[in-house]
Structures are given as C-alpha cells and as structure tokens.
Write a protein that binds this ligand. Structure first.
Ligand code: URA
Length: 233
C-alpha cells in the first residue's frame, strides 16, 4: 500500500495533506525518510514527526453547522477563530473535509477517515454540494444561464451547475446553487463574474444529505445511515 494511503487510513490527515507531510520529510518508514509514492509492507514502522502511527479499527464522523467568522484550518496565522475550537472535547484528532470560507456557514464534516475525506473532496468524483446564496438585487435569466453553463474563474470555466431562484424581494434574491467542484470561494466568485454580490452563503447539502435542523455552531455525530451514504457516494 502507498504510504500516503496508509497514513490517511490511520487518520493522520487527508491523503493530500499526507502527501505534504511526506514532501516535507516528516514521515519515516523504518527510520528512513519516506518518499512520495513509496509503498509500505506489513510490519513496516511508519512515523510522523517521530511518533509511530497505527491503523485504527474504526473512524469517527461528525457534522458541524459552521457559523460565519471561523476559518477551516487547524491553526490560523492571523489568529482568527478556527472551526476546531467548536469541536467538543474528547472527539480525538479530527480534520474538516474540505473547506468553507471564513464568511460562509453550513455543513462541514469532520473525520479521521482520510480515505473518505479524499473521496469526497477529489474533483474527479464530482460530489455535488448545494448552497443557499442570498445576493443583492435581482438576477436575469441571461445571468442565471451564464452561471449554469459555466463562468471563467482563474482562466478556466466552472463546470455546469444547477442554479434556481427560491425567492426575491425588492432588495435581495435567494437562490439554490449546486456545484460539483470546490474551487476557492467558488460560489461567491461565480456570482461576482456576473456582477452580483453574495451577502449570505450557507452549504445546505452534500450529495443528497442535508444539514437538517442542526443549530448554528452545533456539532453532532453522523448516523450510521449517513456514514453509509457518504462512503458510497
Ligand atoms: N463557495 C464559496 O464561495 N465559499 C465557500 O466556502 C464554498 C463555496
């Protein structure tokens, strides 16, 4: 098995973050610095920063309704509040699956199952994420169709998305937006690309799994059905 996959399965971090640990020379196999893509065998001793890692028999899965004003990193270099501070004590070493930006609320999964995190966030798997967005002003059919077809961000078109107006009044329009990518601040930037400003953004679904009535800032364990659903997405 590849050393990055093994580390992810041991709950060290997502597979991509494990690649970073390997590239930084922090991972050793039998006392030797591991290289990217290296295979390990049964009985090999793997360490990260000198501590041995071992495979866990079971993983933990939690769901948070992230409030705005929190960053999705373990430690913020600007000393802002992090989502890790909202996790209850005793949940073990978990990491967030993907990211929501500082101002965005909603569904955030935490786990120590690096394989699941990898599958849910890898662009090739095109997992759908649905957001409730509130924008200033109104939006025309032409603009909606541009969003659906793809707008250019960083020189590359966004893939097709579903965009539906939920309600509108004189000042604001609320929409549901479903995307299959996870580019940085993607939904906000998609609206900016058609000249609209997002004033509120919340992730309300991952695949068909919704956030339900979980209060802002609250955390709960995922049910067995939800874990089964996500691991088979
Ligand atoms: N799109 C955004 O703009 N922000 C997020 O956090 C997620 C998707």
């Amino acid at each position: 098995m590849r050393v990055n996959k093994y580390l992810a399965e041991c709950g060290v971090a997502s597979r991509r973050s494990c690649d970073k640990l390997i590239a930084e020379g922090r991972v050793k196999v039998n006392g030797r610095i591991a290289s990217l893509g290296e295979d390990i065998r049964d009985g090999d001793e793997v360490t990260v920063d000198g501590s041995a890692v071992s495979r866990r028999l079971s993983h933990s899965y939690y769901l948070m309704n992230k409030p705005k004003g929190y960053v999705c990193t373990v430690k913020d270099d600007k000393d802002r509040k992090t989502v890790m501070q909202l996790l209850p004590a005793g949940v073990g070493r978990l990491f967030p699956v993907g990211r929501l930006d500082y101002d965005t609320e909603g569904m955030l999964i935490f786990t120590d199952d690096g394989d699941l995190a990898f599958r849910l966030t890898h662009p090739k798997n095109e997992i759908e994420k649905t957001y409730l967005a509130k924008i200033e002003g109104s939006i025309s059919d032409v603009e909606l169709n541009r969003l659906r077809a793809g707008v250019e961000l960083d020189g590359r078109l966004t893939t097709k998305s579903r965009v539906r107006v939920i309600s509108a009044d004189k000042r604001f329009t609320k929409l549901h937006v479903t995307i299959r990518e996870g580019r940085n601040r993607q939904v906000r930037r998609m609206f900016e690309a058609v000249g609209k400003h997002v004033v509120f953004l919340k992730r309300i679904k991952i695949g068909d799994m919704g956030i339900g009535s979980l209060e802002r800032g609250a955390v709960r364990k995922l049910t067995d059905e939800e874990i089964f659903y996500l691991t088979n997405l």
